[in-house]
Design a protein around this ligand. Structure first.
Ligand SMILES: Cc1ncc(COP(=O)(O)O)c(C=O)c1O
Length: 371
């Protein structure tokens, strides 16, 4: 049996007519940049996340930049970022010429560990980025408890967490400003690059709207510096169609996670992801840990691959050990939980369309490997 890590074809086939018609509509209207399809999508996406303002942008990375930019983060400032995340989370700081300061992750949630946060805060700290990694919300209240009365902004990186919930509230409106990615493999994926910035703050919203479009609210009237971070009309149209299915797909992911747990729960050699009691996890990724470490993990990965099962590593090198940040002076051992996860973590196939026999096959092969 061949089980890809991700199967975008099967999802496209299920909505092909609707998506094709929506794209055709953009072509017929030659509404290629922003326009009605993007506008409609922004409204629906804001509603789905219970947040006042949403702006479609050109990628999640650009969303990260816009969030920090709108908060007026600049040279001399520091932004706290979890060591265990995708690199783009840190670009928000660096693209504003600020310094990323890393914090280790919690061993259960794999998200920024609020207990380690205080030590990273300095008078220069301007913001903390809470990444809802793998689809599980970070513990926002615990983070806020540490940052309160310190004039520190909270940014949510929701790139992997569309429709995820923290204490029964959808992410994206639970901080000063939040960003999403619609990279094709995400829970809500465009058919190209795409992202969004959401906020309940009118002033920040206005800045995002301007900055994404050359600093102008009215064409050729440039009130501030800006960039071209606009969303394409075709991406807005595709996302508008796909958003209607996102609840169903999210439940599909959660069912896959339940099935993996059922089949692998009592299996001693691995650790399964834990859904925190405050969280509704949307399982963008299903990351297990191989207790024996990186050598065994790599052997399992190879064995699964030979048996038709593709897996992934998220992420093999924590941010503090990335070459691009070598000047910051971090070293091996600084963030042991993130480092362990990089050595032991293995992402199993995860998408809503995975059926029971496919999941059973993956679990069977894992068990066979350890036998
Ligand atoms: C946690 C996180 N932040 C930011 C991004 C950046 O999003 P994009 O790939 O749309 O630029 C990603 C996407 O891979 C991500 O996983």
């Amino acid at each position: 049996m061949q089980i890809p890590f991700l199967d975008l074809k099967v999802q496209y086939q299920s909505i092909k007519n609707e998506v094709n018609a929506a794209i055709q509509n953009v072509l017929d209207n030659t509404s290629f940049i922003l326009g009605k399809a993007v506008n409609d999508f922004e409204n629906e996406f804001a509603k789905a996340h219970n947040v006042k303002y949403c702006y479609g942008v050109s990628s999640g990375t650009d969303g990260n930049h816009l969030a920090s930019w709108a908060l007026d983060i600049k040279v001399g400032d520091e932004i706290i970022v979890p060591a265990n995340t995708f690199i783009a989370t840190a670009w928000g700081a660096t693209l504003c010429s600020a310094k990323p300061v890393f914090v280790d992750c919690d061993p259960l949630s794999y998200n920024l560990d609020p207990n380690k946060l205080n030590d990273a805060i300095t008078p220069k700290t301007k913001a903390v980025v809470a990444v809802h990694l793998y689809g599980q919300p970070a513990d926002l209240d615990a983070i806020r408890f540490i940052t309160k009365n310190k004039n520190i902004f909270l940014i949510e990186d929701c790139a992997q967490a569309h429709l995820a919930e923290y204490k029964n509230k959808r992410v994206g409106g639970l901080s000063d400003i939040a960003c999403f990615s619609f990279y094709p493999g995400k829970n809500l994926g465009a058919y190209g690059e795409g992202g969004a910035v959401t906020t309940n703050n009118a002033e920040l919203a206005n800045k995002v709207k301007m900055f994404r479009d050359h600093g102008a609210l009215q064409k050729y009237h440039h009130e501030s510096l800006g960039h071209n971070y606009r969303m394409d009309g075709i991406q807005g149209a595709v996302l508008g169609v796909k958003l209607k299915y996102l609840d169903k797909w999210t439940e599909g992911r959660r069912k896959v996670a339940i099935k993996y747990r059922e089949l692998l729960e009592n299996f001693e050699q691995i650790i399964l992801p834990k859904e925190m009691e405050y969280a509704k996890h949307v399982y963008h990724l299903y990351v297990i840990q191989v207790k024996d470490g990186s050598e065994k993990r790599d052997m399992l990965m190879k064995f699964l691959n030979e048996n038709g099962v593709s897996t992934g590593l998220h992420y093999p090198i924590p941010l503090h050990l990335q070459k691009c940040f070598s000047e910051l002076g971090y070293k091996n051992g600084d963030f042991p939980v993130s480092e362990k996860l990089a050595e032991k973590g293995l992402s199993l196939p995860m998408y809503p369309e995975l059926n029971d026999s496919q999941i059973e096959y993956v679990a069977e092969k894992i068990k066979l490997f350890f036998k």
